[in-house]
Design a protein around this ligand. Sequence first.
Ligand code: ADP
Length: 262
Amino acid sequence: RPGQRWTMRIATLSHGGRIIFLSDRSAIDAADRMRSDFVANASHELRTPLAAILGYVETLQDMNDEADAPTRNRFLAIIEREARRMQQLVIDLLSISRVEADRFRRPTTPVDFAAIVRHTLAQMKDSAEARPQDIADRLGDAAQPVLGDAAQLGQLVHNIVSNAMKYGRPGTPVTVELTREGRRVRLSVQDEGEGIAPDHLPRLTERFYRVDEARSRSVGGTGLGLAIVKHISERHNGQLDIQSEVGKGTRVSVSFPLSEAH
Ligand code: ADP
């Protein structure tokens, strides 16, 4: 095929016979390309807020002493916002590389997924990321044991719920639901936002893919949230499903196998 590359290795056996090994380099090349694209994208994402910070610091340094306090404070607020954006990006970059490093290590510890969801929602309310009226939860009382990494599952729940709040219409609640489906437990997060057009849906879990770049930035998005969700889901044998209707809202759901004990 065009663009396909092979490497060849020849081994000589003791009785004089030979074995020829042919291996397809194109998969390795594609992985290399993805890695360098990722580094380029991440550098670009970090450079933008950094340039803003340096620009405003310079402006502040050039301002003479009589410059008014409100202007200074406005510039300081911009510097803080851009620094926080960089901080979140670095946190998300570390998360994604950690989750990727764990990719082939299946979790073996039983954890209660229902308790993780409850705990994550409570944390979001405590940290003022969500007000009580923002979330309608239908979690039920039953424990939902899965084999998992509690911190990663908590992050998956957080990323999905915080997207629903970021992209939902202000004042409309986000519904978080847990249901049993045979030997699996399903988490569904439904918002009443503007929805996502069908052609974007398959690309949402790509790193740095955003439907509306400006919107994502203005709500503090890094473009990595759903890529992290996808990796965590895969590591836990999860099935991720995103359904959306433009003008109505989006439903993100993920199901995990229940652990053998139940
Ligand atoms: P971001 O940090 O930009 O929110 P994500 O990886 O979490 O990045 O999501 C990727 C993109 O998917 C977002 O920029 C947004 O365009 C879209 N998106 C994610 N969740 C929703 C949702 N609940 N409603 C509408 N759009 C969404």
